[in-house]
Every structure is written in C-alpha cells, then in structure tokens.
Design a protein around this ligand. Structure first.
Ligand code: HSE
Length: 301
C-alpha cells in the first residue's frame, strides 16, 4: 500500500522586533503519514483525543478545504499524526497542520502548488505568513501581506547559530496573546522596532553578533504579552547572562527563544531556572535551523 509522509518544521516567529514579519524554521518536526481511504481515520502520537476528532482536526479541515479549492470531492483519508511540536506554545504547531493539509491535497490531486493557491487556502485558517512561510519553505523569511498579495523573501541565516527554545508547561493561544495588544502604538515605539529589525538583519548578514542582543528587543508586542508569561524578563536576562546573543518571545508565546553560537546547555538551563523560580516547569530544546521546509516522501510498503 502506498503511503505519503509529509514532514513539516516548527517555526519561531517575530524574533523580537520583527513582529508579524520575521519567521525562522526549526529542526523539530510534525509528521503526517497519510494513505487513501473512503473514511476518515486519525491516529495521533502522543495520543490526543481532540485531534482524533475529524471535526476538530486542523489537518483534516485544511485537506477538505484544499480538495474543495481544487474542485475535487473529499472521500476520506487515513492519517497518522506524529506531533513533536508542542501545541499552543508559539512554535507554529497549527501552521504545520495547515501546510501539511495543503501540500497533501495538491500532491494527492497531482496539482502544482503555487504561492497564490497556498495563501488562498492557508489564510482561511491563519493570517500569519511569518509562521506559514518558514513552515512551508524552510529557512529565515521576512513576509508581509497586502490586500490579497503576500510579499516575502528568504534571508541568509548563519550556519553557526542555533535556537535554544524554552517551552513552559502552559499553553497560550495566539488569540489570547493578540487580545492583550493595543490598537495603536506611539511613533517612538514604532521607530524603536524599525531600527532594530534593520539592525538584526544586517547583523546576521555580516556576523556582527555583538549587535543581536539590542536588535532583538521589542516594544510592539512583548511589553503587553509578558504579563501572560510569569518571570519573562528574568528568563530573557538569564539567557543573555549565560551567553545567548539575543532572546525574545517565540511567536505569540509561551515559549521563549534564545539565539546562540555557544553555551547552549547553560543557556537552556538558566532560562529553565527562571521559570522554576515562579513554580513553572519547562523543557528546553537546542535546535538547528531547518533550511528545507516541508518534505514529501512516498513510502512503499
Ligand atoms: N506573528 C504572530 C504573532 C505569530 O506573534 O501573533 C502567531 O502565530
């Protein structure tokens, strides 16, 4: 029986000042192993009753929508979902399901997937290209959506940098993390971020790692969101004092990201200890950057 394995990377969006703009793919993956079926059958690892409900499962919803978009009837599918990306933690777990659903739909229906098709479907489920694009294309991406068009570009990300992500033991939905944001910000705060995004991208370009700490500061979202993340400032501070080059909230949180070229274990442990101080358990992962994006493999059994 022919099976298709779709592997989609986790992402970390924003990277501090690049709110709703920058996103980076990480070597942590959700796998979707699919085969044809006349009914919908879902198996999840680790087992997740919510995701095993076809009406709730985002991959199934996106696959159905993709078939509809292509003018084909959806008959069913058997899917084994191996989830390594923690849910509702700012690491793009929803984006993995959205990208997998679109890619699966186009592959099964033997249609070439264009950017236009991708965004037409993806935005029905999540309006954040800074998350969707790295999950699909891999690497480090800057993106913006204007009316019905998305403009994006892939930026070089140095080989010697890794992400240390500290994942606290509590979920934070993007919806809740956006509700705390103000409707408007001051010109001063806007300038603060514009200056830092330019500094961040240029510092990566010519390896001026000494600039990354200040370049990853932010005034547009973190000051509001940090109320939802106990000891946020201390986690960031501990990362920097243990040798991280810069640190920020990962996506909409609750994970905190540090960028580093050494001391990876120490950085992870020191960030974890700041969470422990306020009674929050967490795990850390040291991750390389994914540069390939979503991969499809045909498995013949
Ligand atoms: N840029 C978005 C945010 C990513 O921070 O809300 C959410 O997936």
């Amino acid at each position: 029986m022919k099976k298709i394995l779709i592997r989609v990377p986790a992402t970390t969006a924003n990277l501090g000042a690049g709110f709703d703009t920058l996103g980076l793919a990480l070597q942590l993956y959700n796998d979707f192993l699919i085969e044809e079926s006349d009914t919908v059958e879902i198996e999840t690892y680790p087992k997740n009753d919510f995701l095993e409900n076809p009406d709730k499962n985002l991959f199934i919803q996106v696959l159905k929508e993709t078939c509809k978009y292509l003018g084909n009837e959806f008959h069913g599918v058997k899917v084994k979902q191996i989830n390594n990306v923690p849910v509702a933690r700012g690491l793009g777990s929803s984006a993995t399901a959205i990208v997998a659903g679109i890619v699966a739909g186009f592959f099964v229906n033997q249609k070439e997937l264009t950017d236009k098709d991708f965004f037409a479907i993806a935005y029905k489920f999540e309006p954040h290209p800074d998350n969707l694009l790295p999950a699909w294309k891999g690497g480090f991406i800057t993106a913006l959506m204007e009316k019905d068009q998305t403009f994006y570009n892939v930026i070089n990300f140095p080989e010697d940098l890794k992400a240390v992500v500290v994942i606290p033991d509590f979920e934070l939905s993007t919806e809740d993390a956006r509700k705390v944001l103000p409707e408007s910000v001051s010109l001063k705060d806007a300038i603060f971020n514009v200056q830092r995004i330019a500094l961040f991208i240029s510092a990566l370009e010519n390896r001026r790692y000494d600039l990354l700490r200040v370049a990853m500061e932010d005034k547009l979202h973190q000051p509001y969101r940090k109320k939802l993340i106990p000891n946020f400032d201390k986690v960031i501070q501990n990362a920097i004092s243990s040798g991280a080059l810069g640190a920020s909230l990962s996506g909409a949180g609750s994970t905190i990201l540090a960028i580093a070229n050494k001391n990876f274990e120490e950085i992870g442990k020191s960030m974890q200890s700041a969470f422990s101080e306020v009674g929050i358990s967490s795990q850390y992962k040291i991750l390389d950057i994914d540069r390939n994006g979503t991969q499809i493999d045909i498995i013949n059994e």
